[in-house]
Design a protein around this ligand. Structure first.
Ligand SMILES: [Zn+2]
Length: 191
């Protein structure tokens, strides 16, 4: 056993936030300093990164949405993170929120991807410009695209509607696969 085992381990959820670059500067600096002096926690961070192996498959668009392999989410759940998951039907919608107890929110976009060459994700928020993430990672055998929206952002959202759209792109142009509507309401304890 490691004689210098960490007696103040960084919470796994904080490591995830650190890894996603979601912490404020002070908290990030605190964790960075801890990681420099703590092999234990540095190893745990490395494990976290390895979980999403082929980390290149992880696409982060600004601070808004990460497209991740489904296996990554399973690992997060096994690690004890509390997940809130939504799976709106294609061309349908779902009511969603984020509670103070949720570590991660998972959006699952069910889609038939056989024959798709390139896949783009378009996110439309009320009152904002559409945000197009090009060339998201997928496997033709996948039955859903798994997206982790920024929990930091979600916690700041008022009641609003966000529409995600999967678009197949090839030489012939764009083909919309489906729309997925998320009707967000801020968390209400008795809602
Ligand atoms: Zn530590």
């Amino acid at each position: 056993m490691n004689a210098r085992a960490c007696n103040a381990p960084i919470a796994f959820s904080a490591l995830v936030d650190y890894w996603f670059g979601e912490l404020d500067e002070a908290e990030e600096a605190r964790i960075e300093e801890h990681l420099l002096g703590c092999g234990d926690c540095a190893d745990r961070l490395e494990e976290l990164a390895a979980i999403a192996s082929g980390v290149r498959a992880l696409v982060r668009d600004g601070s808004a949405h990460a497209v991740v392999p489904a296996a990554f989410v399973e690992q997060l759940a096994e690690s004890g993170l509390r997940l809130r998951e939504y799976r709106p039907p294609p061309n349908g919608g779902v009511n969603c929120t984020i509670s103070p107890d949720d570590d991660i929110v998972v959006a699952r976009l069910v889609a038939h991807l056989e024959g798709v060459q390139r896949l783009d994700l378009v996110v439309r928020s009320e009152g904002g410009e559409p945000d197009r993430i090009q060339n998201i990672p997928f496997d033709a055998a996948d039955t859903e695209i798994v997206i982790l929206p920024s929990t930091k952002l979600l916690r700041t959202l008022p009641q609003c509607r966000q529409v995600m759209q999967l678009v197949a792109v090839d030489d012939a142009g764009d083909r919309v696969i489906a729309d997925y509507t998320f009707n967000h309401t801020p968390y209400a304890p008795h809602g």
